[in-house]
Design a protein around this ligand. Structure first.
Ligand code: AMP
Length: 283
C-alpha cells in the first residue's frame, strides 16, 4: 500500500492509471475506520482494478461549534487495517495543500442540502460537496463508494455528479451495524457505556416504525408521534432533531406512506449527535 500526501502527486498517479485504462474504485473517509468503512473498501476492491481510500478530516464540513478538534483520529490503526484489506493507495492529503491561501470556491447542491441534517448543520453539505469534488478530481475514480448510513449525503453526491457531468458511478453500500443494532459510526467512540446503551433506542425506533407501517399505519402524522414518543421515553436523549418518514429521492417529509419510504432519525445523546435510517416498502 502506497501512502500519498501531496494532492498533485495523487493526481499524477491517478492520471497514469486511467491512461492505462485501469478502473479506479474510491472510498472517501474521515478515518477512525470501523467495519462500516471496511465494507465499502471490500466492495471497491471487488469491483475495480485499483482501490484508493482517502482519510481526510475536512474542516469545511464542520460548523464552528462542532467536533472538528476532537474528531477521533487513529492513523496507525487505520493504516494497519487498510494494509490488511490489500488496497493500493492510501491518500492522506495535507490540509494546507487542500485549501491553500486564496481558496475561494464552494460547491452547493441547492435544496437537498438544506433539508434534514442540513437544517441543523449549516454549510455542512457545501463542505462535503466541495471536498468530494476536489477528491474526485485528484483520484479520478470510475466508481466511488458511500454508506447508506449517511443517506442524505448519498442523495446529494448523486445529484452533484449528475448535474456536473462527473461521469462517476456512485455505489451506495448497506449500513453496517453492531450486533445489537447500533449503526457503526466513528462518533460512537464519544459515548459512555450508559449512553451507548441508550443509543439503541434509535435502531429500535426505526424498526418499530417499520413494523407500524407494515401493520397498516399510513398517516405520517401518526407514525411521527409514535416515533417521537418512543425516542422521548429515553431520558439520555437530550435533543430530537428529526424523526419521520421521507421521500428517498427529494428528502421531503411525506404525508402518507404509499411508496418506498426513508425512515430517518437525528438526535443527540448528551453532546453526541447520532443519525440512522432505514428504507421500507409501503405496507
Ligand atoms: P466518514 O468517515 O464518517 O465520513 O464515513 C466515510 C464513509 O463511510 C461514508 O460514505 C459513510 O456513509 C460510510 N459509513 C460510515 N459508517 C458506516 C456504516 N455503519 N455502514 C456503512 N457505511 C458507513
Amino acid at each position: 500500500m502506497e501512502i500519498i500526501r501531496i494532492p498533485r502527486i495523487m493526481q499524477d498517479i491517478a492520471r497514469t492509471h486511467t491512461m492505462h485504462n485501469k478502473l479506479i474504485g474510491f472510498v472517501p473517509t474521515m478515518g477512525a475506520l470501523h467495519e462500516g468503512h471496511l465494507s465499502l473498501v471490500r466492495m471497491a476492491r471487488e469491483e475495480n482494478e485499483i482501490t484508493i481510500v482517502s482519510i481526510y478530516v475536512n474542516p469545511r464540513q464542520f460548523g464552528p461549534t462542532e467536533d472538528l478538534s476532537r474528531y477521533p483520529r487513529d492513523f496507525e490503526g487505520d493504516a494497519e487495517r487498510l494494509t490488511g484489506e490489500g488496497i493500493d493507495i492510501l491518500f492522506l492529503p495535507v490540509d494546507s495543500l487542500m485549501y491553500p491561501g486564496g481558496f475561494s470556491t464552494s460547491v452547493e447542491v441547492e435544496g437537498l442540502s438544506k433539508k434534514l441534517c442540513g437544517a441543523y448543520r449549516h454549510g455542512h453539505f457545501s463542505g462535503v460537496a466541495t471536498v468530494v469534488t476536489k477528491l474526485f478530481n485528484l483520484v479520478r475514480p470510475a466508481r466511488a463508494y458511500f454508506g447508506q448510513k449517511d443517506f442524505q449525503q448519498t442523495v446529494i453526491i448523486k445529484r452533484m455528479v449528475k448535474d456536473l457531468d462527473m461521469g462517476i458511478d456512485i455505489v451506495v453500500c448497506p449500513t453496517i451495524r453492531e450486533e445489537d443494532g447500533l449503526a457503526m459510526s466513528s462518533r460512537n467512540l464519544y459515548l459512555t457505556k450508559e449512553q451507548r446503551t441508550a443509543a439503541l433506542i434509535i435502531h429500535r425506533c426505526l424498526n418499530e416504525a417499520s413494523e407500524a407501517i407494515q401493520s397498516g399505519i399510513i398517516k405520517v402524522k401518526e407514525l411521527k408521534k409514535l416515533m417521537e414518543n418512543r425516542l422521548g421515553s429515553e431520558p439520555l436523549v437530550s435533543e430530537i432533531q428529526y424523526c419521520s418518514a421521507y421521500d428517498p429521492d427529494t428528502l421531503d417529509e411525506l404525508e402518507e406512506i404509499n411508496k418506498e419510504t426513508l425512515l430517518a432519525i437525528a438526535l443527540k445523546i448528551g453532546e453526541t449527535r447520532l443519525i440512522d435510517n432505514i428504507l421500507v416498502a409501503a405496507g
